[in-house]
Design a protein around this ligand. Structure first.
Ligand SMILES: [Zn+2]
Ligand SMILES: [Zn+2]
Length: 315
């Protein structure tokens, strides 16, 4: 069953890459024209694993192009079922996040890297492991990557992230991080968590938004709400200057029914909302954050996400 699945998965990867490139040729009009209630262009050929089958692989990998991979950790291994992102450039690869407890992330990433280097007749490529933010469900396999050869694991504090990416003015400065003919933008977005960043890829016009914006419960400690608002203001200014085809976060907690989420720690996700959000979600989040949102556990419900103030935290 597992072998079969990974074979069909391989075929799906190729068709996803083809669909993607044909979509790219036509530009970004579909995403840009879609209102927040309109159907979204789908980026992924395969349905994501969602825990609804009796068995599923511990991870699922889908390609956006030959150098860009999205990995999901099975909800059966951890209710968080996070998404991870792996980018390749000429000189190095960048992994965003290492998953939640209970995952098999290192072997999955090693396999993708090994295939990538082999296909190019190379021996290896240096790997940088950074994080969308420092919560436990995104850093659990850091230890396994610290032991990996030719690998740098970025630290978890805002000052570690700033130092690694060369951000002199955290969180107001957006910097370029080049993987070798693959420049990315690193955007500090503290709020959900103090070390949060987003990553923009101009090649595919995608924005990795971590836990700050995804189809689910956007938790913000009430004492970080001002930081969150400032981050989303800066993000909106960035989005006004850069084309964004899709916003890709780190979880899915919404169903396909507008405004309806799964219960906390739901073991399966039947009829999940797609992973991708339209660029308009940034403006919608920004507008939603204008409300007071100062009462913990009194959420503001939108069709595609829920702004969820939580009790004050220290980080
Ligand atoms: Zn988080
Ligand atoms: Zn998370």
């Amino acid at each position: 069953m597992a072998t079969n699945r990974s074979f069909t998965g391989r075929i799906a990867l190729l068709s996803a890459a083809l669909l993607w490139s044909s979509g790219m040729a036509e530009g970004v009009a579909v995403a840009a024209d879609a209102g927040s209630g309109a159907p979204l262009p789908r980026l992924f050929a395969e349905k994501w694993i969602d825990g609804t089958q009796p068995s599923e692989p511990s991870t699922q990998v889908q390609a956006l192009d030959a150098d860009t991979f999205v990995i999901r950790q099975s909800v059966k291994s951890n209710f968080e079922a996070p998404f991870l992102y792996l980018f390749f450039g000429r000189d190095k690869a960048l992994l965003i996040d290492t998953g939640a407890e209970g995952g098999q992330i290192r072997p999955a990433i090693d396999a993708v890297i090994s295939n990538w280097v082999k296909a190019r007749g190379r021996k290896d490529i240096p790997l940088v492991v950074a994080h969308s933010h420092s919560h436990g469900d995104h850093v659990a396999a850091d230890g396994a990557f610290r032991e990996r050869a030719n690998t740098t694991v970025v630290g978890l504090k805002p000052q570690d992230v700033a130092a690694f990416f060369g951000i002199a003015h955290w969180p107001d400065q957006i910097v370029r991080f080049d993987l070798g003919k693959r420049p990315l933008s690193i955007i500090p977005t503290p709020g959900h968590q103090k070390a949060a960043i987003m990553v923009y890829d101009p090649r595919l016009k995608i924005l990795l938004s971590g836990d700050t914006l995804y189809p689910g419960r956007l938790y913000v400690p009430v004492n970080f709400m001002a930081e969150e608002r400032a981050s989303i203001d800066r993000l909106a200014a960035f989005a006004a200057r850069h084309p964004i085809r899709a916003v890709l976060g780190a979880h899915i907690e919404m169903t396909q029914t507008p405004g309806r989420d799964y219960g906390h720690e739901a073991p399966t996700h039947p009829n999940e909302h797609p992973l991708e959000l339209p660029v308009e979600s940034i403006a919608e989040l920004r507008a939603g954050l204008k409300a007071p949102l100062d009462v913990p556990d009194r959420p503001q419900i939108h069709d595609r996400f829920i702004i969820f103030p939580v009790a004050a935290r220290t980080e």
